[in-house]
Design a protein around this ligand. Structure first.
Ligand code: NDP
Length: 281
């Protein structure tokens, strides 16, 4: 039987509706309107689209959303000054610095300058550290969205074998920690991992976050597995593909996320969710 598709777009729409309701409640009861500021430096076309989509989603949910679009030539000092100003602005609950930044700016230095309470991307070392030691923290949006998708199908992770392919700070490492917190036994694979097909074949849960189109073949998937495809790969013909061979994998998996319409829409939604939590605090 083909896999059940976990419809990220549908779930995201439903959650965004719930967030909008909470926003109006918060604003009428406490006079607080969640505010998110996105900072974009330079002219990366993909980044412009991402920031615009985030801003639109925020506005739709009733947030105050603002964008600072700075020129490519902006210095590190100027960017630090802007973040300092946003850190001190009580109307701003979330600050998002769109990555990548131009080469002359130290990305880690900028991320560290954001007040951890306003770090709605969850990339600040304080938030990353809290996640590692199991303390409350801002959790990066993509891993948080994945956990909500898993929750939405009522899947119990306890005792399951999970494999996360990819070890980036924004996806691979945090999702591995979250799966472990839910008592899955987690393997983290990367580009130097030996015998990847065999390791994937043992996994009840596969999270693919490597950024290479359809590298994970359908025949590697254990029958009945849960497959989460994080990859977003634009092919020369303009089509979007995930990291998993969707057609093959959906013949074996019990559940699978599509690309597009899977993890992507959930990522934006979790940005709204994190900003709402920051505003409540
Ligand atoms: P990175 O490039 O930072 O990390 C990729 C990881 O995959 C690295 O750890 C790398 O290993 C590993 N890797 C690369 N090739 C292979 C391979 N052939 N076999 C096994 N492991 C491999 O990517 P990100 O984590 O930032 O993103 C991953 C993908 O997810 C991308 O397609 C990105 O566009 C997408 N993405 C989607 C989001 C969404 O909302 N849906 C949000 C964020 C990202 P090593 O460490 O050894 O180099």
């Amino acid at each position: 039987m083909p896999a059940q598709i976990i419809d990220g777009k549908k779930l995201a729409t439903q959650l965004q509706g719930e967030i909008a309701t909470e926003v109006s409640r918060l604003s009428s009861s406490k006079g607080i309107v969640p505010g998110l500021v996105a900072v974009l430096v330079g002219n990366n076309e993909a980044s412009k689209v991402y920031v615009r989509n985030k801003e639109l989603a925020c506005k739709k949910a009733g947030f105050l959303a603002e964008q600072h679009h700075l020129p490519e030539t902006t210095s590190e000092t100027e960017l630090l000054q802007l973040i300092d100003q946003l850190n001190r602005d009580a109307k701003v609950h979330g600050i998002l610095v769109q990555l990548p930044l131009p080469k002359h700016i130290d990305e880690q230095k900028i991320l560290r300058s954001i007040d951890p309470k306003k770090d709605v991307d969850g990339f600040h070392p304080v938030n990353m550290g809290n996640l590692l030691i199991g303390q409350p923290s801002m959790v990066p949006c993509t891993p948080l969205g994945i956990m909500r998708m898993i929750e939405s199908i009522g899947y119990r992770l306890e005792g399951k074998e999970a494999i996360v392919v990819g070890r980036s700070n924004i996806v691979g490492k945090p999702i591995a920690l979250l799966l472990m917190q839910q008592n899955a036994t987690v393997t983290i694979a990367h580009s130097k991992t030996a015998n990847l097909p065999e390791k994937i074949g043992r996994a009840d849960v596969v999270v693919a976050a490597l950024g290479r189109p359809e590298v994970i073949r359908g025949e590697w998937i254990k029958p009945g597995a849960l497959v989460i495809d994080v990859g977003i790969n634009r092919l020369p013909d303009g089509k979007l593909k995930g990291d998993v061979d969707f057609t093959g994998a959906s013949q074996r998996a019990a559940y699978i996320t599509p690309v597009p319409g899977g993890v992507g829409p959930m990522t934006i939604t979790m940005l709204l969710w994190n900003t709402l939590q920051a505003a409540k605090l």
